[in-house]
Ligand binder design. Structure first.
Ligand code: GAF
Length: 394
C-alpha cells in the first residue's frame, strides 16, 4: 500500500509541481447474495473488498478541479471549474467526479476552491466489482476532508447514487455505494433497501474462502439492459398495484406473489418479478444461514440465486454461466453465483481453501474451451469502506 501512495505522490508532483496533502482509499465490492433486489426495495448482502481506488489530493487556491488517473494516461489532466455543471464529452471518468460534486451541491454543500487529485485503481475495469461507485465514494471522502464538510455518510452514499442516476444515466439502486460507504473489514452488510435499516454481519468462513472469477468480458450494452430490468420490474409493480397496495416487489413474500402472478400481462414480467421476490426471500434465509455458520445452506442458496438470475432475470450469459456451472461441479465448492449487475463481469464461488487451485484449473480449462480466452481469479478479502488514509508524509 505504501508503494502505491509513493507512486501516486511521484505522479502528482510531476503533473502539478508540488506535493499533495492527503491520501485516500475507496474499495470495490462483491455482493454475496441479493442481486437486482436493491431497486426493488428488497434485501442485499454485499461486502467491501480490498481492491479499490487509491488517491492523493490537495486543495487549490482557485476554483479549478484538476484530475489525473494513472489508469487512463491518454486522457491526460482533466480540468474544470468545481461548480461547472456541463458534462464532459464522451465517456470521460471525470463525469463521475462532476456528478458527485453536483449531487453534493444539491444537498446544500458549497465549494469555493477546487482541488488536484491523482488516482490509481486496481479493480479490473468493467468487472462488475463497482469501480464506478468506488470512484464516486472516493470523491465523497476527498470533498469531505479537503473542505472540512460535516457530510453524513448516508449523504455521501446517496450522492454517489445520484451521480450514477442523474449524471451518468444508469438507474442503479443504492447497494454498491452503500457497501463502499459503510463497509468494514471482515463484515458483510445486510441492508433492507426499503427501510435503509442495516446490520453488520461478521463473515466467519472457517476453512472456506470466496474466490472472485472474472469473465474478462467487455460489458457491452450492460447499462441499457440494466435500465430495461428496472423498467420491467416497475411495470410489474404498476400492474400488481391493482390487486395489492405495494410500492416495491420487495414487499411481497413468495406466497402473496404467487396469488397474483397470473394477473401480470406477460410471461416476461412474471419471470422478472418472480426473481425479485424469490431473491429477496433467499437473501433473508442466507443471512440467517451465515449467522449460524451453516455454509452448506448458504452455498445452496447462492446456486439457486444464479439459476434464477439466468432463467428468470436473464442477466447472465454464456461467460458467467460457464464460470458458475463449472465451479459448482468442483469438489470443495459449496456454491457459486454471478455477482453485481451481470451481462459479463464477475462471479463468486464459496470454496474450501484446499480446493482453490482445483477450482482455478477446472474453471479455467472449461472457460477457455467454451469462450476462447482465459478468466481471471482473485481471492476476495473484505476490507474497510471509503476513508481518508492520512496526511502525506505521516
Ligand atoms: C449494479 C447496481 F449498481 C446495483 O445497484 C445493483 O442493482 C446490482 O447491479 C445488481 O444487484 O451493481
Amino acid at each position: 500500500m505504501t508503494e502505491i501512495y509513493e507512486e501516486l505522490i511521484h505522479v502528482f508532483k510531476k503533473q502539478f509541481h508540488h506535493e499533495p496533502t492527503d491520501k485516500f482509499f475507496s474499495p470495490g465490492r462483491i455482493n454475496l447474495i441479493g442481486e437486482h433486489t436493491d431497486y426493488n426495495g428488497g434485501h442485499v448482502f454485499p461486502a467491501s473488498i480490498t481492491l479499490g481506488t487509491y488517491g492523493v489530493a490537495s486543495q487549490r487556491a482557485d476554483s479549478l478541479v484538476k484530475l489525473y488517473s494513472t489508469n487512463f494516461p491518454d486522457e491526460g489532466v482533466i480540468s474544470f471549474d468545481v461548480n461547472d455543471e456541463e458534462k464532459l464529452p464522451g465517456s470521460s471518468w471525470g463525469n463521475f467526479v462532476k456528478g458527485v460534486l453536483q449531487a453534493l451541491r444539491g444537498y446544500g454543500n458549497r465549494f469555493e476552491h477546487g482541488f488536484e487529485l491523482v488516482i490509481n485503481g486496481n479493480i479490473p475495469n468493467g468487472s462488475g466489482l463497482s469501480s464506478s461507485s468506488s470512484l464516486e465514494l472516493l470523491i465523497g471522502v476527498v470533498a469531505q476532508k479537503l473542505y472540512d464538510l460535516k457530510i453524513p455518510r448516508l449523504q455521501l452514499v446517496a450522492s454517489g447514487q445520484r451521480a450514477e442516476n442523474d449524471f451518468v444515466g444508469v438507474n442503479t439502486g443504492i447497494m454498491d455505494q452503500f457497501a463502499i460507504g459503510f463497509g468494514e473489514a471482515d463484515q458483510a452488510i445486510y441492508l433492507d433497501t426499503n427501510t435503509m435499516i442495516y446490520e453488520m454481519v461478521p463473515i466467519h468462513l472457517g476453512d472456506y474462502v470466496v474466490v472472485i472469477m472474472n469473465t474478462n468480458k467487455r460489458r457491452e450494452l450492460a447499462d441499457s439492459k440494466y435500465n430495461e430490468r428496472v423498467r420491467e420490474t416497475q411495470e410489474a409493480v404498476y400492474q400488481l398495484q391493482k390487486y395489492t397496495p405495494i410500492q416495491y416487489l420487495g414487499e411481497l413474500d413468495a406466497k402473496t406473489f404467487n396469488k397474483y402472478a397470473d394477473k401480470l400481462e406477460s410471461n416476461i414480467l412474471v419471470k422478472r418479478a418472480r426473481h425479485a421476490v424469490y431473491e429477496n426471500e433467499r437473501t433473508k434465509i442466507a443471512v440467517e444461514a451465515l449467522k449460524s455458520n451453516d455454509l452448506a445452506s448458504f452455498g445452496k442458496l447462492m446456486n439457486e440465486s444464479h439459476q434464477s438470475l439466468k432463467d428468470d432475470y436473464a442477466v447472465t450469459g454464456i461467460e458467467l454461466d460457464t464460470l458458475v456451472e463449472t465451479a459448482q461441479t468442483v469438489d470443495g465448492v459449496l456454491g457459486a453465483r454471478m455477482t453485481g449487475a451481470g451481462f459479463g463481469g464477475c462471479a463468486i464461488a464459496l470454496v474450501h481453501q484446499d480446493n482453490v487451485d482445483d477450482l482455478k484449473a477446472a474453471v479455467g480449462a472449461k472457460y477457455e474451451s467454451v469462450v476462447g480466452y482465459d478468466p481471471s481469479f482473485y481471492v476476495a478479502n473484505v476490507g474497510d469502506g471509503a476513508h481518508w488514509v492520512g496526511k502525506v508524509g505521516e
